[in-house]
Design a protein around this ligand. Structure first.
Ligand SMILES: [Zn+2]
Length: 55
């Protein structure tokens, strides 16, 4: 499952859109640094899913 997570630098909201649905700020990639372990990614995804209401 490929999820291109993005994050609003202003309000910190996770989204899949290029612009924050809340404040309209351009979002940035939420991909963690390369050295992060896989479980870190898992947490990112879990949090994002929660915030996106996908769970
Ligand atoms: Zn925002």
């Amino acid at each position: 499952m490929k999820l291109r997570l993005r994050k609003c630098p202003k309000c910190g909201r996770y989204t899949l859109k290029e612009k924050c649905p809340v404040c309209g700020t351009e979002t940035v990639s939420a991909h963690p640094p390369r050295f992060s372990p896989e479980d870190k990614w898992g947490e990112y995804r879990r949090r994002a899913k929660l915030e996106l209401g996908l769970v």
